[in-house]
Design a protein around this ligand. Structure first.
Ligand code: PEP
Length: 253
């Protein structure tokens, strides 16, 4: 059974004190989450991670990072390694977010290197995939998503796939208030699962959680989570306030 993973991507919001405050609020409001129905994670900016990990210690809320560099250590000014994330208590790491692909020119190859290294160092990657508006309008959505999935997973052995989460995030739906309809999202999620079947096998594909991301809010979370291949959400804007994130994590209520 795939337990939906609701992960909040705080992006470049919340300074060290604000992050601790939000984590404290989440610790209180998410105490009674039904662990059979929902798993919560937060992905704060890197500098906030130690404070957030310390607040959330002993809870079921896992902490993720928003990026990492695909090296263990070295002269890479400004970068953070998987080893450092592990030592800080990080569990998940978002890789290949569309903002990194767009603004930092991350290619499928670079993202694949990060996925490999994350798995090697015991982190659980959340591999982001998704088409831009012009791709969808030109009928290329499936091709782009397939390239992101196959490129991102290249060389990843079958045994490691249960540790991988995929987030389908149509770029046109991120931060825009436009959500893919549940049917549009389900169509791509089913396609992603079929792609994983073709790369591995059916059992492997059934074990992988595929999150939806793109303007997920308290009022659309339940319907999206009700689709057979949608196994959680990667949440941006609505993850910045405890009450809206709580409502999404408790979508089942
Ligand atoms: C995101 O940043 O991954 C995201 C989905 O943002 P939003 O929920 O604000 O659209």
């Amino acid at each position: 059974m795939r337990i939906p993973l609701i992960a909040g991507n705080w992006k470049m919001y919340k300074d060290v004190n604000e992050a601790v405050e939000l984590a404290q609020s989440l610790k209180n409001v998410l105490k009674d989450v039904d662990a059979n129905k929902s798993e919560a994670a937060v992905c704060p900016p890197a500098i906030d991670i130690p404070g957030v990990v310390s607040v959330l210690k002993g809870t079921n809320i896992r902490v993720g990072a928003q990026n990492m560099y695909a090296k263990q250590e070295g002269a890479f000014t400004g970068e953070i390694s998987p080893l450092m994330l592990r030592s800080a208590g990080v569990h998940y790491v978002i890789l290949g977010h569309s903002e990194r692909r767009e603004y930092f020119k991350e290619s499928n190859e670079m993202i694949n290197g990060k996925v490999r290294m994350a798995l090697e160092y015991g982190l659980f990657p959340i591999l982001c995939v998704g088409e831009k508006l012009e791709d969808r309008e030109a009928g290329r959505a499936f091709d782009i998503v397939k390239a992101h999935v196959t490129g991102g997973l290249s060389g990843i052995p079958k045994e490691k796939m249960a540790n991988v989460v995929i987030a389908y995030e149509p770029v046109w739906a991120i931060g825009t208030g436009k959500t893919a309809t549940p049917d549009q999202a389900q169509e791509i999620h089913a396609f992603i699962r079929k792609t994983i079947v073709s790369l591995y096998d059916d059992a492997t594909a059934q074990s992988v959680r595929i999150q939806y991301g793109g303007s997920v809010k308290p009022d659309n979370a339940k319907t999206l989570m009700g689709m057979p291949d949608i196994d959680g959400a990667l949440v941006g804007g609505a993850a910045l306030k405890a009450d809206s994130f709580e409502a999404i994590v408790k979508y089942y209520k």
